[in-house]
Design a protein around this ligand. Structure first.
Ligand code: NDP
Length: 469
């Protein structure tokens, strides 16, 4: 049983001012795995004061000093990788291989990227009679979700620290353990007091106190659209910068090429990674209508091949994060059936052989783009296949969505894929499996604003000053 009952404020582990704790449940066993303290507005105020006080000196540190700090963090982060992976599996149910693989690797990648960007970033530039200076924006409130917990925290904390900002992190209750270990890593690395602070607790209390706080200069949030809207409203009175990374219903276009079967299979198993709880998941697979029968057969085979079970063992897919998330995903599956979408694989209820844990069957529907299952973010292992007549139709289907976080195009002709990528209205289009830590990540339309990852993510934490004359 884990017990994390202190907050990290001003370089120390301190008792909460607010009272109360919450038990956390292991989604694989439905048993209580530990508890965390629930903070109050007073805890947030204390953390913001510490961050404000530290900003005066930390914002003046040199590039070399911050590089040395990030390298010290890297050495501590690497020592704690196995513990981080174990915490991720326990808190949100990611299979051990995924937690010790991609989950923690993303943290390393964001750290390496923050170091590389800081090494070469141009903070000052003369344009005519004006000196343009980039400065850290100030105290940043960072509010993160549970789905890729270490990725979400590190993609904000590392560039913020690299830029010279001080931060107050509010991690999700559902993934509090890995955040606690990250705070221990930063403490061990010698982050100066007040530069990094962490308060655990309810979003409606801690997140809201950060969003409304007059001494917080910027909020960076990743999570649901409804909370993103609420944060924007809460932050409006104090005119702070708000960066939002929200949901998606990303299109995955497959060209009518040789290898379609293999590509359908890869896209289907890709959808099931992390139990489908990925904001940029390619959840709408757009395939040539004339080859729909072949595509459905390949998707069914791939979905049925995904082993579901104990994430601490060898299963490829663990549970979804919580009972609420399980109920939401089940309701969508039922709705898909009720609205007439063809069930290609999976369906409602627990996978065969499992009677405990929030496990969902890897599910595939074939339907049209007007159905609720094709329009709303399900955030579970549910893929929707949609047929297209020609490439113009494929692009129209891809863009017929409220979201615009990501898109995928796979085919034999890279130029043709790029031509289609240019026509999709979304923040990042991945062509034939592309992946890059320097690629900016963020949404068009209702998927948010601002960009994370790489130099663009670093720049989010900077203000621009003109010194004229
Ligand atoms: P939320 O948006 O509710 O939570 C994300 C973070 O915001 C958590 O730390 C949460 O705290 C916090 N929060 C909640 N309410 C407020 C508030 N009023 N002000 C400030 N912060 C707040 O996401 P959920 O975890 O509830 O997931 C719900 C749905 O959101 C998912 O089904 C999925 O569709 C989508 N989602 C999208 C993600 C993405 O990456 N784009 C990631 C996660 C979810 P706490 O939960 O601790 O109370």
């Amino acid at each position: 049983m884990r017990e994390y009952l202190k907050f990290y404020i001003d370089g120390q582990w301190v008792d909460p001012i607010g009272s109360g704790t919450v038990d956390l449940v292991n989604p694989a066993t439905e048993e209580i795995s530990g508890k965390i303290a629930l903070g109050s507005e007073a805890d947030v105020d204390k953390a913001v004061k510490a961050a404000r006080a530290a900003f005066a000196s930390y914002s003046q540190t040199s590039r070399e000093e911050r590089l040395a700090l990030l390298k010290a963090i890297k050495s501590e982060y690497e020592k704690r990788l196995p513990e981080l992976a174990e915490a991720i599996t326990e808190e949100m149910g990611a299979p051990a291989s995924l937690a010790s693989g991609f989950h923690t690797f993303l943290g390393t990648g964001h750290l390496d990227t923050a170091i590389a960007v800081l090494e070469k970033f141009v903070f000052e530039e003369r344009q005519g009679d004006t000196l343009i200076v980039k400065e850290p924006i100030g105290v940043c409130g960072l509010i993160t979700p549970w789905n890729w917990p270490i990725n979400q925290v590190t993609v904000k904390v590392f560039p913020a620290l690299a830029a010279g900002c001080t931060v107050v992190l509010k991690p999700p209750q559902l993934a509090a353990y890995s955040a606690q270990i990250l705070a221990e890593i930063l403490d061990a690395a010698g982050v100066p007091k007040g530069v990094f602070n962490m308060v655990q607790g309810k979003g409606s209390v801690i997140g809201s106190a950060l969003s409304t706080h007059p001494d917080v200069d910027m909020i960076s949030f990743t999570g649901s659209e409804s909370v993103g809207v609420q944060i924007s409203k809460d932050a409006a009175d104090t005119v702070k910068r708000v960066c939002l990374e929200l949901g998606g219903k990303s299109p995955y276009i497959l060209l009518d090429d040789d290898g379609l079967t293999e590509r359908v299979a890869a896209a289907t198993s890709g959808m099931m990674v992390n139990s489908g709880q990925t904001c940029s998941a390619g959840s709408r697979l757009i395939v040539p209508q004339a080859r729909m029968a072949e595509a459905k057969a390949a998707a069914a085979q791939a979905a049925e091949a995904v082993t579901v079970g104990n994430p601490a063992g060898n299963a490829a897919m663990g549970p979804v994060v919580s009972e609420d998330q399980f109920d939401t995903v089940q309701a969508y599956i039922k709705q898909g059936i009720d609205e007439g979408a063809e069930l290609v694989a999976g369906g409602p209820g627990l996978p065969e052989g499992l009677d405990k844990g929030y496990y969902v069957k890897p599910t595939v529907f074939a339907t049209t783009n007007d159905k609720v299952v094709a329009r709303e973010e399900i955030f579970g292992p549910v893929l929707v296949m949609i047929g297209y007549n020609d490439l113009e139709d494929a692009v129209a289907i891809a863009n017929d969505t409220d979201f615009g976080l990501a898109g995928y195009v796979d085919g034999n002709d890279q130029d043709k894929c790029h031509e289609i990528a240019r026509k999709i209205r979304a923040g990042a289009i991945y062509v034939n499996g592309g992946f890059d830590f320097n690629a900016p990540f963020g949404g068009y339309k209702r998927s948010g604003n601002g960009r994370e990852w790489g130099e663009h993510g670093f720049a989010e934490y900077l203000e621009t000053k003109a010194i004229v004359g």
